[in-house]
Design a protein around this ligand. Structure first.
Ligand SMILES: Nc1ncnc2c1ncn2[C@@H]1O[C@H](COP(=O)(O)OP(=O)(O)OP(=O)(O)O)[C@@H](O)[C@H]1O
Length: 294
């Protein structure tokens, strides 16, 4: 059995509501992830995806439950977990090199200037920005800024990469190129990734597993979809794969109907159904590292 690297254990988020009541955004949220796995989470606006991601980042707390990463409970932000947001959050007065070097020197405080620079330059080159090394954010396009954000996140060699709709503000061409780069880099480095997206094709291209969340309030993980497409898939050929329409239709059907009218009969939040859609119809997958045994 593969090692369980991330373990989200029964987390809930509740806020005080008028008249002394409580609003439950989501509850009983259990999820395991293996090292090197790329998971996407999909669900309608407001179901709590960003809240879960922020809790994983240590930027937000949960009302119940715990999150364990590599054997340790999360108690706050850490350079072991890098976050890439939709907006770039770059330091405007620093160059591309300066932005990435700042992150590198925060992680490795004893490194010399030369060591920091060499390390930062390596990751800037990885995202194809070597020529823009000395440019400031105001001189960069949206796609270039997002590349800097990705280089900065990768440069601290995090155990987990957390991405909140990282490509949604980009034009289609840039989005496609960056999806290719992120996929290549994550495969090459064995990066563990948890990503929020509203784009079904993006999820099918990038993710090993796609977590489907019901609508809030009171959202739950309805189902986990295992991606039946081969690891060596390409963005251009995605739609030619025999299982592509099966997985796509399965997710869209969930978003259009089942996310609203989820039938919780027999649903076990600790062991949500794992489904592997295919040309012959969806098949329930065998329990793996992700299934709870307790
Ligand atoms: N401080 C707060 N007080 C009350 N409710 C809040 C607070 N912060 C967030 N919420 C609610 O929590 C819910 C979940 O928010 P979250 O941003 O996690 O959703 P999301 O699924 O990521 O949505 P989107 O896809 O639109 O980004 C929303 O309904 C939001 O209104």
């Amino acid at each position: 059995m593969t090692e369980r690297f991330i373990s989200i254990e029964g987390i809930a988020k509740r806020y005080p509501a008028p008249n002394g009541k409580t609003t439950t955004i989501f509850e009983n949220f259990w999820l395991g992830m293996a090292r090197g796995e790329f998971s996407c989470i999909i669900g309608h606006s407001g179901c709590g995806k960003t809240t879960v991601l922020n809790a994983l980042a240590g930027l937000d707390t949960t009302t119940e439950g715990a999150i364990i990463v590599d054997g340790q409970a999360i108690e706050g932000p850490s350079l072991d977990r890098a976050v890439i947001f939709q907006s770039h959050a770059l330091l405007p007065w620093r160059t591309v090199l300066g932005n990435v070097a700042y992150a590198v020197s925060s992680k490795w405080r004893k490194w010399s200037r030369e060591q920091v620079r060499a390390h930062a330059e390596k990751f800037i080159a990885t995202v194809g920005l070597r020529a823009a090394l000395n440019k400031r954010p105001s001189e960069l396009s949206g796609g270039m800024k997002q590349r800097v954000g990705i280089a900065r996140a990768l440069s601290i060699e995090p155990k987990i990469m957390l991405m909140d709709e990282p490509f949604s503000a980009l034009d289609a061409l840039t989005r496609g190129t960056l999806q290719d780069e992120v996929r290549r880099i994550c495969l090459e480095t064995g990066q563990t990734v948890f990503m929020i997206t509203h784009d079904v094709d993006e999820a099918i291209y990038l993710a090993d597993r796609i977590v489907l969340m019901t609508n809030g309030p009171g959202a739950v993980i309805a189902e986990i979809v295992e991606n039946p497409l081969p690891k060596d898939r390409t963005r251009i050929d995605l739609h030619k794969h025999p299982h592509y329409y099966a997985i796509r239709n399965h997710i869209i059907d969930f978003l259009v109907t089942r996310s609203k009218n989820f039938d919780a009969t027999g649903h076990d939040p600790k062991n949500p159904k794992v489904v592997r859609p295919g040309a012959g119809g969806p098949v329930e997958a065998t329990p793996s590292v992700h299934a709870r045994t307790a």
